[in-house]
Design a protein around this ligand. Sequence first.
Ligand code: PLP
Length: 437
Amino acid sequence: MKHIALHWSRPIEITHGEGCHLFGPKGERYLDFAAGWCVGNIGWGRADVREALVKEAERGTYIPPFLLFSPWDDFAKMLCDIAPGNRLQRVFPCASGSEAVEFAIKCARAATGKEKIVSIYEVYHGHTYGAASLGRNNGAAIAPYVPGFLKLPMPHALHGVRAEDVLEKFAQMVEADAGIAAFMTEPVWSNAGSIVPPAAFLPEIEKLCRQHGVLFIMDEVATGFGRCGKLFASELWNLSPDILCLAKGLTGGYATMGATLVSEEIFKKTEGIPSYSTFGWLQTDFAATKANVDVLLKEKLWENAKTVGKYLLAELKSLEDLPCVAEVRGIGLLLAIEIVRDASSSSPDYEKLSALCDACAAKGLIIEIAGSSLFLSPPLILTKELAAEGAAIIHEVFRSYGACPSPFVALCDGRASRAPRDPDGQDGEMGTLRGSE
Ligand code: PLP
């Protein structure tokens, strides 16, 4: 492909999907353990969504945000009703996760009159400038970033970062700096490699936010809609965010849509901020999204994610005996296998990761890479049988290469060509307490 600008794509062509499978132009069949990266929660080719799309296409009308379409309001109310906590009452419509995060940043600044937002260093929050500045450092090539973002390290015992130290650092920040508008992170750190926070960490952060008049924002773009075994991963820790960002599983991959949920109080203070999204909640996208959420709620797919996720994690756990596997972890159907150079080193091995990923694809299993880990986020309709089939392929790939010698490139005839996710070597600085960026 010579004209489409996609730096990250792999040489795997897909024509369509059905359930938990993707298919290529020559009839290749792949078990999909990525689901478009936490997108296709209800699986592919669902008839309910297709019918809703066809029906809506017949309307053939674009209704702009400066006019009204009453189903928008019904859907917004439903989102507020199912959202975690008890604060969220208004919904800003938009077209993607990055946009949802941008609105969250704008709302936090407008509602508090303060500039600074605290986030966790290794978390990805999107590709637009605000979201990229808030999230993981995306490299020097696009600097300077938007000012006003302070970063904390990610607590993770494996990397020697203690939650108590991060909490202490945050407490010092909010006590010393009256200019902090909000704290924002994910309830489970998806893109960092399915890292589950210690249970008390986010409740303690929320408590500090409440004590210091700092808004508490959850980015559930990846974790929302059942991924972590609850409808929203914020429920795992009983969080009650002031602002919530949604996309990905909201649409199931059948549409481009996002949403930023805010409290009534925040909404009242956002008059006049730029919040107009031309294609936010476009009629066909909206119909597909609504049908997707209806299916997810009707089938309570978070329950299946919890059961089958537990099973899949248990099936993979023994990989930790290999010297190149530092940890097999995750929650629900958000799992990861962290790969290191060898048992004595915690350094990531991007060649090995890429080669393992490609070897799985060669055996008909699509998985992805997140940070220094193999990343697994299958559709939430995954059965135990399909989980076992995928786990068997992963075991076979690791078994074929024994103790995972490095370099791993020989594994797939030199096809381990994907660039590391961290080309500037700026990501994932572990074990240090970062004050600010
Ligand atoms: N937030 C999180 C946690 C994400 O994982 C992503 C995308 O991967 C985004 C925001 C950005 O979403 P989008 O790619 O729809 O702009």
